[in-house]
Design a protein around this ligand. Structure first.
Ligand SMILES: [Cu+2]
Length: 144
């Protein structure tokens, strides 16, 4: 009987510690993706990549919806190359450095020259009006 108690105690200790470990791992993996706002699924901050880059975009706390419809809690991604976030309520420019994903796309391929670059994700509403810094994310990458 004592043996069983010891086994149960040991098992529950193991269970609790593995739960705690899982929680830690979860937090580690979440440093970017669990914060509200957009995040890069790929590439990651600090990555060295080749000139053709597959960019995958994620969002937490809002839903992706195509441009044109103004629906609260929704919007679409914008990828800004070597530029910062767009201030709240300002319309995201449309040029070669500000790419709109008005169809609701969450991935794209871009080509960049070798060197250091920043990539910024900016989430904006159906009229391309920025949700501001809180709904942006900037990473640094090096293109080899
Ligand atoms: Cu847009």
């Amino acid at each position: 009987m004592k043996q069983w108690l010891a086994i149960i105690a040991l098992a529950s200790t193991l269970f609790i510690s593995s739960m705690a470990q899982a929680a830690c791992k979860h937090e580690g993996a979440c440093s970017q993706s669990c914060t509200l706002g957009p995040h890069f699924v790929s590439p990651k901050d600090g990555d060295t990549v080749s000139s053709e880059i597959l960019v995958k975009m994620g969002i937490k706390g809002m839903k992706v919806h195509k441009a044109g419809d103004l629906i609260e809690g929704t919007g679409h991604h914008h990828l800004i190359i070597d530029g910062g976030y767009v201030a709240e309520n300002e319309v995201v420019p449309a040029d070669e450095k500000h790419i709109h994903f008005g169809k609701g796309q969450t991935e794209t391929i871009i080509n960049l020259k070798p060197g250091k670059h920043t990539l910024t994700l900016q989430f904006a509403d159906g009229h391309h009006q920025s949700y501001g810094k809180i709904m942006s994310r900037t990473i640094n990458i090096t293109v080899k």
